[in-house]
Ligand binder design. Sequence first.
Ligand code: HEM
Length: 491
Amino acid sequence: MIISLYLIVFCMCAFYLHFVYRNWQYLKFAWQVKNGFWYPVLPLVGTSYISLLSGSKNIISLMQWIDKIKGFPFNLWYGDTYMYITKDPKEVKTIVNHPKCVNKAPLYDKFRFIFEHSIILVQDETWRKQRKHFVMGFKSSILKNNIYIYYNHSCQLVEDLKSVKMPKDIFRYCDRYAVQSFFLGNTGISQYLSSNEVEKVGDVILDIQDLIKSLVVTPFLSPKLFLTYFPAGKKVTKMLQEAKEIVRYGIGHKKNLLKEQSEYLENGKDLLELCLDYGKDDLDDNKIIQQVELFASAASDTAGHTLAFTFVLLGMHQEIQEKVYEEVMEVVGDKDITHQDLPNLKYTEAVICETLRLFPIIPTLGRRCDEDINLGTKIIPKGSSCIISIFHVQRDPKYWPDPLKFDPSRFLPENQSKINQFSWIGFSAGLRDCLGKAQGLAMIKVTVANVVRNFKIASDHKSIEEFTLTSCLTMTPKENLDCRFSAREKL
Ligand code: HEM
């Protein structure tokens, strides 16, 4: 018995020494970080056990807990990978613009089973090639056309809200709306599918996202094992298959249409056409479907959640809502909202930007350092992960006075010069920033303007501190939020 005990202790020591030897440069660097070593790093698990100590089941609450007791920057270990966590805009600027920091951190590997070949995860040259190609789907000429589609879709939302009045789950309701907008505006797939099928693909994408979230909070579970053996995993596999079949059907129609048209506008290709174009050399049908699903996913809960948070915040701040209403009536009045109106809806845009400041839907970014990265005061060793807490940068009192106050005037044109460029990064920044920023913003702006001119929004929440947030890739409130819509009396 004693011998076995000695053997176990010996093995553990040998294992630990080997770990220290292999990770010496990271441990040395971590030691220099202001809030460096304050908990032991264990082989294999790294510092994952802290989640248990802190009672945090997700990255955002873990960071909030560490921030309270230690502050930024700090170190974490994801298994054997060292992670440097920062909220300093100067460091953010270096990281997001560094050509050797464009690849995603190992933290994102959990999403590979679904998005392996899509732009969000591909690396180096493949990413550069995809980025150059897909950027064409976000040209201003395409955006102009989409505004018309977004506006028509927002009119359907207005009709729906007249009867729904108080969506059971405002986040889910807005996510579904955003997925449909994407399929209408960015792929044109919906014209080949029934509205039920579009709804189904949208719902599957949202369900899959929910399940991915539960997968990510279980750090030791491999996605392959999960998909093959666990009932919830088998459900995801089945849902993925169903969504694939519907998207495949839509793609088939689109392919036929493109075959029939001997030439089509080089400048006006939508995202699906670009996916098909790219697929000519590089992607088989499955990879094209994956790419389409990624775009739908990137556009759904990001834009949907932003919309939901905006409605709730407007419901909580009646005087701000009235200012939006007045602006919309002054700029647009009762006519259709067009792309010419959007630049003039300055206050409405400021409301959306302030919502995204307080509630960045993607609250963290993770990059892998493919060489030593000089951050000015320190050099992060090659192989580390840099994690940027967008959530904390955007609530830092150093850059945002009275940070928890919902104050859209911060983003009005006359105040924009006061904003540190890298302290507002809700769409990320630098080389790998959000491709859909302009599309997302436009869709949300059109929708908010149309809803506010038709409804008074109300919410019983008193302050944003009330919201308990949870996040994996995207951030949501833990509990459903109160949000009600009552038709405005037309003057
Ligand atoms: C309010 C809405 C949106 C927000 C807040 C948002 C935010 C972001 C953020 C923070 C990233 C960086 C993710 C990372 O590096 O880990 C990103 C990337 C991306 N977003 Fe968005 N996004 C929004 C809407 C959209 C829309 C509507 C689309 C497409 C139709 C889109 C497409 C993409 C793509 C393709 C990337 C990957 C870019 C690359 O890796 O090169 N996003 N987005």
